[in-house]
Structures are given as C-alpha cells and as structure tokens.
Design a protein around this ligand. Structure first.
Ligand code: GLN
Length: 451
C-alpha cells in the first residue's frame, strides 16, 4: 500500500531520493520467513520505515543530499539501520535532505527540493524534509531524521506531524554521516506520539560503536506516550520564546495549548532563560566549525565523486576540483565560516566564546528544571514558507531554528507535536516540549496529552 502511495504522489512530493519496489517486497517477504521460522521480532516488525539519506545502508546508495557522494555504496549499515532491520522493519527507501543536513527547507539538496503535502508550493522543513514529507503525505508511517539544530522538530512542525530529538547520545551516530558531531542527534518522525515513541525505543540504547553514546537505559518513552497525562506536572513557558517574534497564528495556537495543559491539571509557570537569545549565534560558530573539520574527509580519494583525475594533475588539484564541483553553496559557506572561526588567532574570540555561551545556556536549562518538569515553546516562529522565499537569504533561513537550537547546544531531549492550524494560512503549528537530559519520557508524556 505504501509503495502504491509513493507511486501516486512522490512525483509531486519528491520525498524520496531512492526507492526500489522489488527490494522492498523482497525485504517484506524475508520478514514473513523470519516470523514463520519462529524468530521473535519486535513490535514494529513488518512496518515500513523511510530513512533520511544520511544513514548508511549497505543495499542502497547514501548521498547525504550531496553530489560529492555520487556513486558511493556504504560498506556498512548505521547502527540505527541495523537495529531496525533486526527488529523486522522494512526499509522503504532513502529520503531527501539539505546537503549534509545544512538547511531548514531541503532547498539545499543537490537533487532539488521536496514539497510540503499541505501546499506543494511550500517547504516541508529541513534538513530532514524528505522524511517529514513522506510521513505527512502518507507515503510512510515512520521515518528517521537527524536533528543538529532543529532538523527533526522544525520539519515535523511545518508538516503537522510528530518529530523527536532524543537526549544527545541516546541514539547512535554510528553510520550517520557527520555534520556537527557534538550536536547531531538521530530521532523519529511519525503521525502520532505513540508511533514516534515505538520507533525511538526500537533504535535507541547504548552503542559501543559511538564514543558519545550514553550508557543509561533507554527512557520509558512508550509507556509515557501511553500514559499521556500531565496532572500535577510543572510546565514552564519559556518567556523569551513565548510572547513575540513569531507569526501571530503560531503564538495563538501555542497559547491555547498552554491553556489546554492547564485544564488537564498541569501547573503552568513562566520561566526566564535569558541566554537562549544567544543560542543561534553560538550555533553558527560551533556547527560550521565542526562541519569544516568533518567535511575534510571528502578529499576525492576516499568516497564518491572524483573530478579531473586524468593523470596530469596533483592530488591537491583533484581534491580542489572535486570539492569545488561536489559541494553546494551552503556547504561551502559553512566550511569557510568554520575554517575562519577555528583559525589561530580567532579561535578564542569565536569558537571559545561560543562554547562559553553554550555553558550559560546549560545553566539556564539547569535553573529552569529546578522549578519545572518540562519547558514549552512554539517549535518554529512561522508556518511553512513558500519555496524560494528564503533561498537567497541565509540569515532568514537560519531563523527557522531560533527556538530549537538551545536543546541541541545542551543535549536536552525535545519533541514537536502538532497543536492546530494558524489562522492566517491554515497551515500546521507545532508545540515544542523540552525536558532534562535523559528524561525523554516526559516530552512524550506531555506530547501525547496535547495531541
Ligand atoms: N537549519 C540548521 C542548519 O542549517 C539545523 C540543521 C540541522 O538540524 N541539521 O544548520
């Protein structure tokens, strides 16, 4: 049924970069065989899942939305890919994304943008926009994404679905093509909170292959999603994100949702996080710095594309030609920003300063969680914007993640759940719920109560 749906609508949504009908059916049959042979499969066995094209897959290409990985076949599966195969899920295909997960709209994909099922002229969010479009457009019931600055929560918000960023280190980065290693966090997309929790639980847990993987047990997110009650829970409204700065219809739906939480028995208080306003600035030094280092591995020798290797050029020349042709403009902008920020003489002023801001933001979170159990805000300042509107204005694009970035800088878990449609344009609005590190269950509990 999902393959038929993809055949019917993907020509318009362009959510998938790779899908192979026969391979999908073969996987489904092999799961039937495993079940018939008595193997005990997980609760999601047989359910299709679409993977953001940043997770390595041995049987499908993995491009990270970039031309530079053209033709590359990963020799290994990401831990998340492997765990979901073992649990008996069928990989439906690989979804479109901003190149190396840099962006908020999928317009930075080397393969063209994906489209929002609510309005094909609008963006499905990004960078995991193929994954959000696939689930919102009923092409897949579940998908995976990665969230470095908001790339799961923002696309979930603008397509009216659920997207969660686990605690940093709670989901494995092994086999996830790196953007900014201290921020990158894989997580689930689904059309309801319980489905997202089931996927979260299916792929999470300690991974010895990821040095930043946390050793603690996976928080009981499925139980929390089933519980779905907020009675007596202390909910903090982040003052700095709640009052203004976004579209009127976004704030209206957010305020109603806060009232709903109160009517369900939550104790709502306003909380100030004064350093959150510096998060975006710190992020655009830290993320490009780490990216400039991570992307050095694309040297024309190890992976994919190689340009100008005709026997007359040096390795350096081939590398320069390959990187010039293989990387898109946003990736180049980040590499230059990051290289500049890390260069000797500037390191203390930029990267060092940004890390200090990160500590201040962590203190804001710690203080807030002395008073409340969760924090809430709108997920993103506006509903889905038209394709092209911010494509030539990187600063306007960066603002999409204004309210999601703090949780990345500190590793806190967060979710986006739909909370109605904006009056101005009838497009979905998302509620963001943030919790203390390793209290992922709380964001599912609150999300399930309001959905
Ligand atoms: N939009 C942000 C950026 O471009 C965040 C991306 C992400 O979370 N991967 O960096």
């Amino acid at each position: 049924a999902h393959l038929d749906r993809v055949a019917a609508v993907d020509g318009q949504l362009k959510a998938f970069l790779h899908i192979d009908r026969d391979a999908v059916l073969a996987q489904a049959r092999s799961i039937d065989e495993r079940r018939a042979a008595g193997e005990k499969l997980g609760p999601l066995a047989g359910v299709p899942v679409a993977h953001k094209d940043v997770f390595t897959t041995t049987d499908m290409p993995t491009t990270a939305g970039s031309k530079i990985l053209e033709g590359w076949r990963p020799p290994y599966d990401a831990t998340i890919t492997r765990r979901l195969r073992e649990a008996g899920l069928v990989i439906l295909g690989k979804t479109n994304m901003d190149e190396f997960a840099m962006g908020s709209s999928t317009e930075n994909s080397a393969f063209g943008p994906s489209h929002n099922p609510w309005d094909l002229g609008r963006i499905p969010g990004g960078s995991s926009g193929g994954s959000s479009a696939a689930v919102a457009g009923y092409e897949a019931p579940l998908s995976t994404g990665t969230d470095t600055g908001g790339s799961i929560r923002q696309p979930a918000s603008v397509t009216g679905i659920v997207g969660a960023k686990p605690t940093y280190g709670g989901s494995s980065r092994y086999g996830v093509i790196a953007f900014a290693s201290s921020l990158d966090t894989p997580g689930p997309f689904a059309r309801n909170v319980l489905d997202a929790a089931l996927l979260h639980e299916a792929f999470s847990g300690h991974d010895p292959m990821d040095s930043t993987s946390v050793p603690e047990a996976v928080p009981p997110v499925v139980e929390a999603a089933r519980r779905a009650d907020v009675n007596g829970l202390r909910v903090g409204v982040v003052k700095e994100f709640a009052g203004e700065g976004g579209q009127a219809g976004v704030h209206a739906r957010f305020n109603e949702t806060v009232e709903l939480l109160e009517s369900l028995g939550a104790k709502v208080v306003e909380v100030s996080c004064p350093n959150f306003e510096y998060a975006l600035h710190a992020y655009y030094l830290i993320a490009p710095s780490e990216a400039s280092s991570n992307l050095a591995r694309f040297d024309a020798m190890r992976y994919g594309l190689r340009v100008g290797d005709d026997g007359t050029r040096s390795a350096e020349e081939v590398m320069a030609l390959t990187r010039a042709e293989g990387f898109g403009p946003e990736v180049k902008r980040r590499i230059m920003l990051g290289t500049y920020a890390l260069s000797s003489g500037y390191y203390d002023a930029y990267y060092g300063k940004a890390q200090q801001v990160r500590t201040l933001i962590k203190r804001d979170f710690d203080r807030a969680f002395e008073q409340v159990d969760v924090l809430v805000s709108p997920t993103t300042p506006t509903t889905a914007f038209p394709i092209g509107e911010r494509a030539d204005d990187p600063m306007a694009m960066y603002l999409a993640d204004l309210w999601t970035i703090p949780a990345n800088l500190t590793g806190n878990p967060a979710i986006s759940v739909p909370c109605g449609l904006a009056d101005e344009d009838g497009l979905p609005v998302g509620l963001q719920v943030m919790a203390p590190v390793l209290a992922d269950d709380r964001v599912y509990r609150v999300g399930a109560a309001v959905e």
